[in-house]
Ligand binder design. Sequence first.
Ligand code: CA
Length: 218
Amino acid sequence: MRVLLVEDDDGVGDALSDALAARGHLPTRVVRGADALTRHHDADLIILDIGLPDIDGHEVLRRLRRVTEVPVLILTAHGDERSVVRGLRQGADDYLIKPVRLNELLARMDVVVRRTGRRVPESRIVTVQDVEIDLDARRVTVGGTEIPLTTMEFDVLAVLASRVGTAVSRQQLMDEVWGDAYLAVSRALDVHLTGLRGKLGRPGLLATIRGFGYRLGG
Ligand code: CA
């Protein structure tokens, strides 16, 4: 399976990546929490360290759970029970205590993916007026015609579509699409929004909330 490994310790990260690859998985290792927020789309499972250099792992998990149901296994320091409990409450599917034993990791990965795979999938198609946004297939149709969007345009739209009729602040949009790492992203957001509006061709569908952010429909 495609595993996004979020771990800043090179020793642990490299060892786990190698071990996962050797067992036929496709690991991608990132170091920062912000990377987890931007790279989760392509993962079947996320292994998330709690102590990260930029954003605390708990905060990463909280933000992930606002946008994705992808299974998350948290990695935590030995004996840090409070951290485990907090992680599970925030929507982690399981946890592992460092140092990680490989066979245990592999077994738990299988269990978590099997268990979450049986969840009844919610409909992930959002319809607003004659615009249909398929969040899983990453496809958008307007009046039945498919509209080609760039990756970023789709990501921006997906955040808005996950809260149709609700105002989403610029900061929240940027956090969820880019993570915290990007500083000079504000103008880029405007560019993507302009692109989106042009392609959707439905004036008023994507409303600007002055001084705050945006709202899709409603
Ligand atoms: Ca760490």
